[in-house]
Design a protein around this ligand. Structure first.
Ligand code: GDP
Ligand code: GDP
Length: 493
């Protein structure tokens, strides 16, 4: 195993045992001379690279492909360097256009390289734009190569990182393809991404194989997003969860505050905090009555498994409703996207004391009721009342979050479900007894969130009321309250 200095933990996936054709694919992109080939060579070491031509072009364009090693991670790496030299004229967009169809379709991740010595060049901006246009589904990691050539005493690296941040691909990771500097940082940044991808692929494969799931799904590290308006106490809560002060600030912040890097252990399980860099940055700049437009985009919500929506108890006590429009939108969206939702009411300390006891009661009663009104399709969305400032609530929050996550990962065997189905159907009052649909069998097709298919014989169909009944019964009988579950139906002859 090639040891990476500075890396303490190994991946939960044994990449070295995964079939090569299941591995994630990472493409190296960047303008000429940023060091793509150098990084490619570092990744594949002395192993053999496959060189082939893109099939969809008049010019011959070489692409190198190899299996990369980065610590215990393995991935397929594509070097696009040949693409630029093949065509001598036109903008980089034209020159790389031929790549879109073939190469991008094969990649799930991109490493976007810039040269720290040159600073940000117009061509870098072009590459950034091009990626946004053609590779929106691809997760991109920005790296500043040749970082060994600048020493950071003068703050050059930090300044370069600040400039590179403007590309819109998050905080760059400083590396040197030539000396190997920063490879541990790169490892820490890509590990959660590749892990998550790999576990999903293995699970899909396992369920396709129709064998028992190869990976115990709740062992997949939880990706938790903490969302909320500015000033509700997200940063304070983050520090309480990480149990360290100001873990995300400091002189090296520009280089290390990558969102995927915030992680902590809770009862022996790893939890990743998703997108914290994004909201920390923005909330610090835009404190004030900003709405949730400064918060999570749909895309970043989708990266989370569980979303913790933080509300401010003091505001609720003053306001007519518990959630403003933007908060309602986020809560609904989380559930519609099939994520687990936990609502955290922070700053409860402000409502303590004698003359506040009415307000205290009011908040405790009002929030769950209002959530139920806003999201009627799910009963029992967990609500936790805490004071992050007093450092209380870590356990209360994490207990609810993990419980939600475990329910979200739950898998029920087909045998168990069908025993359950026979019992529960005898309780159901069908709308039309005569045309009562016959559920031949009922099976869970996936977890995260739990998704079920009812196979119906004949021409009949389950009505919405039937689906609601099944959903409700499932939730009650298998303790799946508070999370979104999905039931679909398929006709079988
Ligand atoms: P590509 O066109 O993006 O594939 O870039 P290359 O990998 O061919 O590198 C371009 C030039 O930069 C070569 O002269 C490399 O030796 C040099 N280079 C690549 N990586 C580094 C690095 O980390 N540090 C320094 N100082 N030079 C590098
Ligand atoms: P963010 O913008 O959501 O990250 O919020 P911060 O964590 O920066 O907190 C905003 C303000 O609320 C700060 O002045 C915090 O000290 C304060 N705050 C955070 N949590 C609590 C709490 O539980 N009780 C009280 N009284 N104040 C809090």
């Amino acid at each position: 195993e090639p040891k990476l200095k500075g890396v303490r933990k190994k991946s939960v996936v044994e990449f070295s045992k995964v079939d090569a054709d299941l591995l994630p694919t990472v493409i190296l992109v960047g303008r000429p001379n940023v060091g793509k080939s150098a990084l490619f060579n570092r990744f594949i070491r002395r192993r053999e690279a496959l060189v082939y031509n893109t099939p969809d072009d008049h010019v011959t364009r070489d692409i190198r492909e190899g299996i990369a090693k980065l610590g215990d991670l393995r991935f397929r790496v594509l070097d696009s360097a040949g693409l630029e030299t093949a065509a001598s004229s036109g903008s980089i967009l034209d020159r790389t256009a031929g790549m879109t169809g073939y190469v991008l379709a094969r990649s799930q991740f991109a490493i976007f390289m810039i040269d720290v010595r040159d600073g940000l060049q117009p061509l870098d901006l072009d590459v950034g734009k091009w990626l946004r246009r053609h590779a929106s589904g691809i997760t991109t990691i920005l790296v500043m190569n040749k970082s060994e050539s600048l020493d950071d005493h003068g703050g050059f690296l930090t300044a370069a990182a600040g400039e590179a941040y403007k590309l819109g691909y998050g905080d760059p990771i400083a590396i040197s393809a030539e000396t190997g500097l920063g490879m541990a940082d790169l490892y820490e940044s890509v590990r959660p991404l590749l892990e998550e991808y790999m576990l999903r692929v293995l699970n899909d494969k396992a369920s396709q194989d129709n064998s028992a799931s190869e990976v115990e799904e709740s062992k997949i590290p939880l990706q938790l997003a903490i969302v909320g308006r500015p000033n509700v106490g997200k940063s304070t809560m983050l520090n309480a969860l990480l149990q360290q002060d100001r873990v995300l600030v400091g002189p090296e912040a520009g280089l290390t505050r990558d969102s995927v890097r915030a992680e902590f252990q809770y009862q022996g399980r790893t939890v990743y905090l998703v997108d914290t860099a994004g909201w920390l940055q923005r909330s610090k700049q835009e404190k004030g009555p900003a709405s949730l437009s400064v918060m999570q985009s749909r895309k970043s919500l989708m990266r989370a498994h569980v979303i913790a929506l933080v509300l401010d108890a003091d505001e609720i006590a003053k306001a007519r409703c518990s959630m403003n429009h933007a908060e309602v939108v986020i809560a609904r969206r989380a559930v519609e996207e099939g994520r687990g939702l936990v609502v955290i009411v922070n700053k409860m300390d402000l409502l303590r004391g004698k003359h506040n006891s009415k307000l205290y009661e009011k908040v405790i009663k009002a929030v769950p009721e209002e959530i139920q009104t806003v999201i009627p399709q799910i009963t029992g969305i967990p609500v936790v009342f805490v004071s992050a400032l007093e450092g209380k609530g870590r356990i209360a929050i994490m207990r609810q979050v993990m419980e939600t996550y475990d329910k979200w990962c739950l898998r029920l065997s087909t045998a168990r479900l069908n025993r359950w189905l026979r019992k529960v159907m005898s309780r159901h009052s069908w709308k039309d007894q005569a045309a009562q649909p016959k559920i031949k069998y009922f099976t869970q097709v996936k977890a995260r969130p739990p998704t079920f298919v009812a196979f119906i014989s004949g021409k009949t169909q389950l009505l919405d009321t039937d689906i609601r009944f099944l959903t409700k019964s499932l939730k009650e009988d298998f303790d799946m309250g508070g999370i979104p579950i999905r039931i679909m139906q398929r006709a079988i002859p």
